[in-house]
Design a protein around this ligand. Structure first.
Ligand code: GPU
Length: 833
């Protein structure tokens, strides 16, 4: 690597090479230097925010050195790279993660203390990088951590939104959305103003004859926008590997067109052009599991995909290989269908710009891409209207039609005289207007398609994609059960538990091989260990209780059972069932004699999560939770026995505090609707138990930890279709306990019943699509079982320890190794620490 520096200058460069700080003294020196010079602050008025900035800059300097070395190493090794294309990366904070991954948190703690700061307070200064909605975006972030920690040569590609997911405020019990401008000070990104790509839109397609006398399609675009790269270093845990997350930002391309406008004195409209270009990467769409088909969203998708592919192709071309080797050098994973246009774009590059024949190009494309599906919900499956694509990307539409034509021809040969299958699998839906089914395009253009938990991967094969299994055979479809990074979700979020586990399992090896947790089972009866385990949980609950008090004003008893449901608000996730359950509990308590009441177990029902701004029912659910809280929390008769709180602005850093404080968490989606869920894994890993349905990864968690350690209830996914049918066409009687809850809401106990009429009628009048009534009584029974189990504190602690010991499977490291072997065919790059 050093030999790449020209001889006469090499010695000088190497002599002055920055090393990054090596010890506490060096760290302090860097912090002070950044305060004084980079931040231009005097040492006499350095506050916590400046201390954060300077600490972050000191670590950033270290990371970028490793980043550089990693990139050089990977280039010299010339091995296959993985590119993870995701419209969402829900990274959360970076400083704590960077300190822990490079193994210098203790040093920083001591150094900061020397300078007059508490590291915990400094860490809290950081704004979350919230470039995602929920599970899908957080999964991408966990994957980046695992890819780096396992030394895979891998890049993430995404969009650098100026506004991430909105900040949620609760005002008078209602959600209010506030824009999240997070880029004021962001030490973690490196703008690469020299790495830009011109991206084209609109225009029309002409046929031309090229130099070789061949007819080729030429896309004469109508608008050009510039993509500028911003690089975010991703440090691996306990390894020098520091990978790259490249985020694209949009800018006006300063072409002749603008210049003309400017010269002719039309300054205002050239500024307007500038702003229009910048809107492409301005804001993250705040929908989770929902496709809205907005033009700007399509522009975002193409902008990001085209810039990323240009970058990937540019890098490949530097290796001077022939095109057919492309799939041996490049694996591209599509995180959901959002980047599906990459398939079309690569085919366009190969046939229109590089002059390859269709079949040769298509082989390369298919062998390059893998597609991950994250939902079966029909409203979330992306479709784009043909007229819209025609308008925005005319050449791409032609290619999509050709892909479909060749695909349907092979299907026709395989299933002669079967008109039905042709219609059912066509990438173009023959509706008015015609629509492009992006999932079908993604399947046809990839060599592997995976679901994210076993049940989900089975469901896609037997329902939404069943015809494709007949066409391509079952081997094209596979499962990779989701995972989470134990670095952030145990070591960082729950440091005391992490240290306790380390002390019983022979060190921190479990952080890189999570199956080592199984050694904990040997200690399950160790008294001192159990005591400390329980103390840690209690301390985490005390910390959360303080946060609840500070943010909601509600006093909760840390000795009560903390019952937590934090995730995006969605009818399929059934927060409505949870709050109906809380009302049921309240009514039961009210009906008791004071003596009976005395024997009840105190409980805190904790909710958190954002509703998409346009999702009316989800907002109604938030309002009901807050309205129930307002009544219950002020009922003197009830006191500590029941509190209901809604925590504002749930995000990654709040999750890091909430999850370790949970006793029981709720993962209660209608069976067959939650593809996997990943917070279920985080809660169990942090010594909490779960109540859940037989859905997504709950099923595999049960298999690993044993059914005696989980509270399962509700109908199975096989039963759902028939129940829905009966609701609509047979008789539908609301469960009596639930009917009593509805009656109470309608009496006005929680405010104007009209405010909640939608939630009630969805169950009672509109077919109860999510089976709230069908599952209600088993849900209530299951909660009674939770109470019963929690009374036996010793038994509870045993369940928790046993469960943690058996969670090794759910590391995102296992998950990434499966992708690497089964889908990407890539290997880690050995590095010496
Ligand atoms: N998921 Br589609 C999202 O968070 N957002 C989406 O738009 C879609 C899926 C989630 C699934 O709901 C969740 O079950 C899964 O664990 C997660 O993706 C990661 O696979």
């Amino acid at each position: 690597i050093e030999a790449s520096i020209p001889e006469p200058q090499r010695e000088a460069w190497l002599r002055h090479q920055a090393g990054g700080f090596k010890d506490q003294d060096g760290f302090e020196r860097e912090v002070v230097r950044h305060v004084e010079t980079t931040l231009a602050r005097s040492l006499y008025n350095c506050d916590e925010s400046a201390a954060y900035s300077a600490t972050a800059l000191a670590f950033r300097d270290r990371l970028i050195l490793e980043w550089n070395r990693t990139q050089q190493r990977q280039t010299f090794a010339d091995s296959k790279r993985v590119y993870y294309l995701s419209l969402e990366f829900l990274m959360g904070r970076a400083l704590d993660n960077a300190m822990l991954n490079v193994g210098q948190k203790d040093l920083a703690k001591a150094g900061l203390s020397d300078l007059g700061f508490r590291i915990e307070d400094v860490i809290q200064q950081e704004h979350d990088a919230a470039l995602g909605n929920g599970g899908l975006g957080r999964l991408a972030a966990c994957f980046l951590d695992s890819l780096a920690s396992l030394n895979y040569p891998a890049w993430g590609y995404g969009l650098r939104y100026r506004y991430g997911i909105f900040k949620q405020e609760i005002i008078d019990g209602y959600q209010v959305e506030v824009p999240d401008y997070w880029l004021d000070f962001n030490p973690w990104e490196f703008p690469r103003h020299d790495v830009t790509v011109d991206i084209q839109f609109y225009g029309n397609v002409e046929k031309k004859t090229n130099d070789a006398g061949k007819t080729v399609c030429h896309w004469e675009a109508g608008e050009t926008v510039k993509a500028v790269a911003y690089d975010v270093p991703i440090p691996g845990y306990a390894t020098p590997t520091t990978n790259n997350l490249r985020l694209w930002s949009s800018k006006a391309a300063s072409g002749e067109f603008d210049f003309q406008k400017f010269n002719s004195g039309d300054y205002e409209s050239s500024v307007a052009d500038q702003q229009r270009a910048e809107t492409i990467s301005a804001v993250l769409y705040p929908n989770d599991n929902l496709d809205r088909g907005k033009e700007l969203r399509l522009k975002q998708q193409y902008f990001w995909v085209a810039a990323s592919l240009y970058d990937i192709v540019r890098r490949f071309k530097k290796t001077n290989r022939s095109w057919k080797e492309f799939p041996e050098q490049v694996a591209i994973q599509l995180n959901d269908t959002h980047p599906t246009l990459a398939i079309v774009e690569l085919q366009r590059i190969l046939i229109d710009l590089e002059g390859l024949e269709w079949d040769e190009a298509w082989n390369i494309v298919v062998n390059t891409f893998g597609y991950t599906n994250h939902t079966v919900l029909p409203e979330a499956l992306e479709k784009w209207s043909v007229p819209l694509i025609q308008h925005l990307l005319p050449r791409h539409l032609q290619i999509i039609y050709d892909i479909n034509l060749y695909f349907l021809q092979t299907v026709e040969r395989q299933f002669p005289d079967d008109r039905e299958i042709l219609r059912d699998v066509s990438i173009i839906e023959e509706s008015q207007p015609k629509m492009i089914r992006m999932a079908f395009l993604a399947i046809v253009g990839s060599h592997k398609v995976n679901g994210v938990a076993e049940l989900h991967s089975d469901l896609i094969k037997t329902t939404i994609f069943k015809d494709f299994v007949r066409i391509f055979g079952p081997d094209k479809f596979t499962n990779v059960t989701n995972g989470i990074t134990p670095r952030r979700w145990l070591h960082q979020a729950n440091p005391r538990l992490s240290e306790l586990i380390a002390s019983k399992t022979g060190g921190h090896g479990f952080l890189t091989d999570l199956t080592a947790l199984n050694k904990l089972e040997l200690h399950v009866n160790d008294k001192a260990f159990r005591k400390e385990w329980a103390e840690i949980k209690y301390a985490n609950k005390v910390r959360l209780a303080k946060h609840i008090k500070a943010t909601t004003g509600v006093t909760v008893n840390p000795a009560a059972l903390f019952d937590v449901q934090v995730k995006r608000i969605h009818e399929y996730k059934r927060q409505q069932m949870n709050i109906f359950g809380a009302i049921h509990r309240y009514l039961a308590l009210k009906a008791m004699t004071p003596e009976e009441r005395q024997k009840q177990l105190p409980r805190v029902s904790i909710f958190g999560g954002k509703a998409a701004p346009g999702y009316w029912m989800a907002k109604q659910i938030i309002h009901l939770i807050n309205s129930v809280g307002a009544v219950v929390n002020n009922d003197k008769e009830i006191g500590d026995l029941l509190k209901v709180v809604f925590l504002e602005d749930y995000n990654v850093s709040k999750a890091e505090m909430i999850i370790p404080a949970s006793d029981i968490s709720e993962h209660i989606s209608t069976a067959g609707t939650e593809a996997s869920g990943t917070s279920n894994m985080k809660f169990v890993l942090n010594g909490g138990l779960i109540i859940g349905t037989c859905d997504g990864a709950n099923i595999e968690i049960t298999r690993e930890i044993d059914e005696s350690n989980i509270f399962l209830f509700g109908h199975l996914s096989e039963e759902v279709e028939e129940l829905r049918h009966t609701h609509l066409y047979g008789e539908h009687v609301v469960d009596p306990k639930l009917a009593a809850v509805f009656a109470e809401i309608e009496k006005g106990t929680f405010g104007n019943p009209q405010d909640f009429a939608g939630m009630v009628s969805a169950v009672r009048e509109h077919g109860d699509y999510y089976l709230v009534s069908d599952d209600f009584s088993s849900y209530v029974d299951s909660h009674a079982a939770v109470d019963e189990a929690y009374r036996d504190q010793e038994g509870w602690v045993t369940k928790c320890i046993t469960s943690v010991a058996r969670m090794g499977f759910f590391s995102s490291d296992r998950c990434i190794n499966e992708y690497a072997e089964e889908i990407w065919n890539v290997e880690p790059l050995k590095v010496e620490a």
